[in-house]
Design a protein. Structure first.
Length: 137
């Protein structure tokens, strides 16, 4: 499996959309680029996620050395994460369940946060959602 990782946002989206085998191939392909990539999962009720998502993403980005702990880089990942989250939860009913895979990709100038997952207010209404946020570092 081969992936063309020519754009940062595309890299983040592909990683968020990937299954386990694709994720391994994407991580391997990233090694041949100037990109840094981290992947995490976030799940829970939409009201809970809104209050914990940003801290989780900043923590993931710092622990995986995607960003440095500077005000500008924290600010950039904060905005990219909030843009992506807004794309996911803008029309989610109150207290819907969310299960999301989140990919954070960065180079020396930009950071991208991509989300892909499922939302459901009721089991029969389960459907996919995706969003991307990109910000200058």
């Amino acid at each position: 499996m081969e992936f063309e990782l020519s754009r940062l946002g595309k890299t983040a989206l592909l990683a968020a959309l990937s299954d386990e085998n694709e994720e391994v191939a994407i991580k391997r392909a990233v090694l041949d680029t100037e990109y840094r990539l981290a992947i995490t999962f976030v799940s829970g009720r939409s009201t809970d996620i809104k209050s914990t998502f940003v801290k989780s993403i900043i923590g993931c980005a710092l622990q995986n050395e995607i960003i440095r702990k500077t005000p500008g880089q924290i600010h950039a990942v904060l905005h990219a994460a909030l843009d992506a989250l807004t794309g996911i939860v803008h029309s989610v009913p109150a207290d819907a369940s969310l299960k999301m895979k989140v990919a954070i990709a960065a180079d020396d100038h930009w950071i991208a946060v991509a989300i892909f997952g499922d939302s459901a207010f009721y089991p029969l209404t389960n459907h996919e959602r995706s969003a991307l946020g990109v910000m200058h570092l």
